[in-house]
Design a protein around this ligand. Structure first.
Ligand code: PEP
Ligand code: MN
Length: 360
């Protein structure tokens, strides 16, 4: 993709002095619900009201969205509040209806981004539109697939583009509903620094108590904005109840977020440092996560050694590991001295763990 500078024209046109905010319920439920929430959100930092009209559900039988009638409610909400309206589209039929009802922001959902046929169908239907089209990351952690979605839209002549980071599916149980895998979004951001990048802390956390911290992490990484699910009565929402916040809670979150306003000579320096430090924090967290996992495997080895009455220290194996890592490290510009020290220390910790297991 060339001409990425013009990708943020739509965002610059808002002339905001704060991050870009999309907010509103996971799903449009009733006319009253839509209008009530929209009225609560006008005269705030919110630029776009979101509401799902068609909901992709993992298993049939859940609430699959209110359908076309909801678009009428959004139109009314726009007339009454002046907020722009946004919704998810997944098929050609959705796109046609959304355009017919003059929806301003269309986003491609995570399940749809994972399917190039579906994205192509959307791109063909929206070809040349001046609506804002945002691409959520695919459910699986694949940067190329995410980028591919943006490219298909871009090739269809759509200029007002952006991406939404909503986290990735994993079979592992974590504190997140969808793990952020920040490094994937950072890689995309490094490749296309002008492509607007929006955080979706609601679907990352699945938990309203974690919305603030995840949004703050994103702002520290220089994200351009956020999409936060907001409902007048979150606990009784027809979808995603646990992660939605009330309009008041949203306003508090927006107040609590630390937006680093940079100005003057040091602005560029400050901005670069904040971003790089946030980058390092993400990598350090990944390092710790990996070390923890490695130690769990070492513990299992200890258990097997115990069952088979084998000594903890296996010198040949250890020498092999060390030689291999020194060679691999050299390829990454890491000195043999550093690698040896690092792995000695990791190895020592493993031995201590295993000794406890064998003698315990
Ligand atoms: C949503 O925004 O309500 C939604 C369904 O999101 P995702 O595609 O990220 O699951
Ligand atoms: Mn949702």
């Amino acid at each position: 993709m060339e001409n990425t500078k013009e990708m943020r024209n739509w965002l610059d046109a808002f002339k905001l002095n704060h991050p870009f905010v999309i907010a509103g319920p996971c799903s449009a439920e009733t006319e009253e619900q839509v209008l009530k929430i929209a009225h609560e959100l006008k005269n705030s930092d919110v630029s776009v009201f979101r509401a799902g009209i068609w909901k992709p559900r993992t298993r049939p039988g859940g609430f699959e969205g209110i359908g076309e009638i909801g678009l009428k409610w959004l139109k009314k909400a726009k007339e009454e509040t002046g907020l722009l309206m946004g919704t998810e589209v997944a098929t050609a039929a959705h796109c046609k209806l959304a355009l017919e009802y003059d929806i301003d922001v269309l986003w491609v959902g995570a399940r749809t981004t994972a399917n190039p046929f579906a994205v192509q169908e959307i791109a063909d239907t929206l070809a040349g539109t001046d609506k804002i089209v945002l691409v959520k990351n695919p459910v699986n952690p694949d940067m190329a697939l995410w980028l591919g979605g943006v490219e298909r839209l871009h090739m269809a002549g759509i200029k007002n583009l952006g991406v939404i980071h909503r986290g990735f599916s994993t079979y592992e149980k974590t504190k997140y509903r969808n793990i952020p895998e920040w490094q994937i979004a950072i890689e995309l951001q490094n490749k296309f620094p002008d492509l607007p990048l929006i955080i979706d802390p609601s679907h990352i956390t699945g938990n309203r108590n974690m919305i603030l911290e995840v949004t703050q992490e994103a702002l520290d990484l220089n994200y351009d904005g956020m999409i936060i699910e907001t409902h007048i009565d979150p606990d009784n929402a027809w979808s995603d109840a646990a992660q939605q916040v009330t309009p008041d809670a949203l306003k508090q979150i927006l107040k609590d977020l630390k937006v680093r306003k940079v100005s003057g000579d040091t602005a560029d320096f400050e901005q670069k440092m904040t971003k790089l430090r946030a980058n390092i924090d993400v990598l350090d967290a990944n390092l710790l996560e990996l070390l923890g996992k490695r130690m769990k495997v070492a513990d299992e080895i200890g258990q097997v050694k115990k069952e088979n009455n084998v000594a903890v220290l296996q010198n040949t194996r250890w020498n092999e590991i060390q030689e291999k890592m020194v060679a691999e490290g050299a390829k990454k510009g890491l000195s043999a001295e550093f690698i040896t020290k690092l792995f000695k220390s990791i190895h020592q910790e493993s031995i201590e763990h295993q000794e406890k297991i064998i003698n315990g």
